[in-house]
Design a protein around this ligand. Structure first.
Ligand code: NAP
Length: 475
């Protein structure tokens, strides 16, 4: 753990193991922080706040720029750490490190653009000035599925704004967090400004985050259930809150789109990170008359995907993060089959040879999925593509919006007017129109409805870490 500028153990000496999900071997053990360690980290962040907020934006920017340089230089080592503890194929891990570093660079630049305002007053002797100041100590909680970028997407803007930070990373992926903190320390972030508490007791650390009066803001990425609970408790103590939560993305292919091209896109985005992405498509809507062409192209491509350790050449399906994740995917597939769905391909755990040592599930395409099935409503977080037929635009728009989630949606169409109707009508925060990667550090990322509060990235990303202050001057 890294508290007050010092690397150390949990105060009670406890540790927990970090497991490679491809073979269940222990990689190493890390400190198992307690609520008391979280409090020590928060108090270090409180002490460091004044001096960090008092540095010029240019100084903070320079440190973030240096961190971007270091992360870029160390990208291969960081990607390897990610593949080992999280499981994703090395190629995907390298892409994530690049995406993660982009946030450091973007917010190094945005630090210098925290503008205020002057506002005309009704009285001749009055002047109004609006200034924006750091919110204070930020408590951040991140998930395991994107273990590097989910951290830089919070820590980058928080540091740029002049906030200090305490981070609790996911217990499945603490090693990436440790490597990021080494980079930030080497880049020149002063002691106490960033603090890292690794733990296998998330609730104890979460309690400190939502209850300690020194925490001004909670930023959380993870499941809707945990986010809702923590956001409610933090709000009760009047802390600022932002949350990036779960999703259930529709992927809509219209009859004017090329179904084969759309199926290629679907196969790429659905199976990214073995389906363990908040923006992963969960419902694929295809016109009834194109169902055969779409499903057969999709299943042809899916059957060619190779599962295995992320370090093996040619592997695109890594393990799921743990045994519970495999059980959940398997239960959703079984429930769908019981309800009448057809397994077009996959639909089983992968246990042959070395795969049996890890948490593997076959990439799966399901046909004949309907609204009565769990998979139609619950986030899968695994490699399953449910395909659903539809007949017209109004029907599919209403089906797509019929969810309490509102993170990402995808549309394939060659009709520009329809593309606009969909962009405007879909109640989701991120819309890909013929585009399977509608994200970048420069654009806002976040969801509507139960998918979250606030936005990360883009110029909005730094707003989440700023308070607005007005000064009325009588002259
Ligand atoms: P999770 O179980 O909610 O865990 C997320 C984080 O919260 C982890 O660090 C976890 O710690 C911690 N946590 C769990 N219970 C807690 C508690 N009582 N108090 C404080 N912290 C607590 O979610 P997950 O399964 O790791 O992540 C997958 C979810 O994240 C999916 O729903 C996915 O859609 C969502 N996600 C959303 C985005 C987005 O940008 N919208 C991005 C990525 C993922 P432990 O690891 O120790 O359990």
């Amino acid at each position: 753990m890294f508290i007050d500028g010092t690397w150390g153990n949990a105060t009670n000496g406890a540790v927990f193991d970090v497991i490679n999900p491809a073979n269940q071997k222990t990689i190493c053990s890390v400190p198992d922080g307690s609520g008391a360690d979280a409090v020590a980290a928060i108090e270090a962040a409180e002490r460091a706040l004044g001096a960090w907020a008092g540095r010029s934006a240019y100084e903070r920017s320079e440190i973030l720029y240096k961190a971007w340089q270091l992360m870029t230089e160390r990208s291969e080592a960081l990607a390897r750490t990610m593949t080992e503890e999280q499981g994703k194929p090395l190629r995907a891990a390298r892409i994530e490190v690049k995406y993660a570093a982009d946030f450091l660079l973007w917010f190094a630049e945005e630090a210098k653009r925290v503008y205020g305002e002057t506002i005309p007053a009704a009285r001749a002797d009055q002047r109004f000035i609006v200034a924006r100041q750091p919110v204070g100590v930020v408590a951040a909680i991140t998930p395991w599925n994107y273990p590097v970028s989910m951290i830089t997407r919070k820590v980058g803007p928080a540091l740029a704004a002049g906030c200090t930070v305490v981070l609790k990373p996911a217990e499945d992926t603490p090693l990436c967090a440790i490597e990021i903190f080494k980079i930030l320390e080497e880049a020149g972030v002063p002691g106490g400004v960033i603090n890292l508490v690794t733990t296998s007791s998330p609730a104890a650390v979460g309690d400190a985050f939502v209850e300690h009066p020194g925490v001004a803001k909670l930023t959380f990425t993870g499941s809707t259930a945990v986010g809702r609970m923590l956001a409610g408790r933090a709000a009760a103590n009047m802390k600022r809150v932002s949350c990036e939560l779960g999703g259930h993305a529709p992927f809509i292919v219209f009859e004017d789109a090329d179904p084969v091209h759309a199926a290629k896109g679907a196969s790429l985005v659905k199976f990214l990170n073995t389906g363990q992405a908040c923006i992963s498509p969960n419902r694929m809507y295809v016109p009834n008359r194109h169902l055969d062409a779409f499903t057969s192209t999709l299943s042809d491509r899916v059957q060619k995907m190779k599962a295995g350790s992320g370090f093996e050449e040619g592997v695109s399906i890594g393990p799921l993060v743990n045994a519970a994740a495999v059980d959940k995917v398997d239960a959703q597939v079984k429930d769908a089959v019981t309800g009448g769905a057809e397994i077009v391909c996959g639909g089983e755990r992968l246990v042959d040879g070395a795969l049996g040592d890890g948490f593997f599930y076959a990439p799966t395409v399901l046909g004949g999925v309907n609204q009565s099935m769990q998979i139609y409503r619950e986030e899968t977080f695994g490699p399953v593509a449910p395909v659903i037929g539809f007949d017209d635009e109004d029907e599919v728009l209403s089906l797509a919006n019929d969810t309490h989630y509102g993170l990402a949606a995808y549309v394939y169409t060659q009709n520009m007017a329809r593309a606009f109707r969909m962009f405007e009508g879909l109640r989701f925060g991120i819309i890909g129109i013929n585009d399977i990667n509608p994200t970048a550090a420069a654009v806002p990322f976040g969801g509507m409805k139960s998918s979250g509060l606030g936005r990360e990235g883009g110029h909005e990303g730094i707003d989440e870490y700023l308070e607005t202050k007005v000064g009325g001057f009588s002259i």
